[in-house]
Design a protein around this ligand. Structure first.
Ligand SMILES: [Ca+2]
Ligand SMILES: [Ca+2]
Length: 255
């Protein structure tokens, strides 16, 4: 009887150790997935790695002058990184002006006499809230911008955009909504509030070595009685959009 009990205890012990090992490995597995998250670096405005490329004030004054602006920009960032992997750092500038809000992205090259050549530039709608540098492991260093824009009456939204410097050009590799609101008052069957919210993830979800972009969220449309503001009908929709890098087109495409 005691022997059987001992054997039972040994079996239970072995099972417990087995379960512990499996759980530990699963835990390590989960931790491994977490460490695959991309390196995202918040910028420090005053971080100037190479003074010979120009200081931030000098660059800002140059941009205000060529943009023909008398006002100070709402947002101004200079990022010095080797964006196209050719061994030389570029000067990437982000400058947002107000009213109407707009942002200009540029790659500059320093010349003599505090002058710069503009190698490439693109204009985007809205004002930029934050600028980050994201290292896409098998691709290019990219700028990830969060911007806010107001449309017509009752329409507003914020979005994220991924910008790269390829073949001497700044390209918009991806752009997607983070938030969208619309308030529309019309006829009794056509008055509604739209509230859409999304989270954006940069991760290699399918393990093919290339970073994917996932946009996950909820879209909500509430029909209202314009006179009493009573809710008449609610439509809810959960969305999960997956975007994959297209090497030939050099942009992210919805799957
Ligand atoms: Ca470079
Ligand atoms: Ca992938």
């Amino acid at each position: 009887m005691t022997k059987t009990l001992k054997i039972l205890l040994i079996i239970l012990g072995v099972v417990a150790i087995g379960v512990f090992i499996v759980l530990t490995f699963q835990g390590l597995g989960l931790m491994k997935v977490e460490t695959e998250e991309l390196e995202v670096r918040e910028l420090v405005v005053d971080e100037i790695e190479d003074f010979a490329m120009g200081n931030n004030e000098e660059i800002r004054d140059f941009l205000i002058k060529i943009d023909n602006m008398s006002v100070n920009p709402d947002k101004f960032e200079v990022i010095r990184e080797d964006f196209n992997k050719d061994g030389t750092k570029e000067i990437f500038t982000v400058i947002s002006y107000c009213c109407p809000a707009g942002t200009i992205l540029r790659i500059l090259e320093k010349k003599e006499n505090e002058q710069y050549d503009i190698k490439s530039e693109i204009h985007i709608a809205g004002s930029v809230d934050s600028v980050e540098v994201v290292s896409f492991p098998s691709g290019y260093k990219s700028i990830v911008l969060s911007s806010f824009s107001k449309g017509g009456t009752g329409v507003s939204g914020s979005s994220k955009g991924v910008y790269m410097f390829i073949d001497e050009k700044i390209i918009e590799a991806w752009q997607g909504l983070v938030q969208y609101s619309e308030y529309h008052i019309g006829a009794i069957d056509n008055s509604y509030n739209i509230e859409n919210n999304y989270s954006i993830y940069f991760k290699d979800f399918d393990g093919d070595g290339e970073i994917d972009i996932i946009q996950k969220g909820e879209e909500k449309k509430e029909y209202i009685n314009p006179e009493t503001e009573e809710r008449l009908k609610v439509e809810k929709n959960t969305v999960e959009n997956i975007y994959k890098w297209n090497k030939e087109k050099r942009k992210y495409e919805k799957q």
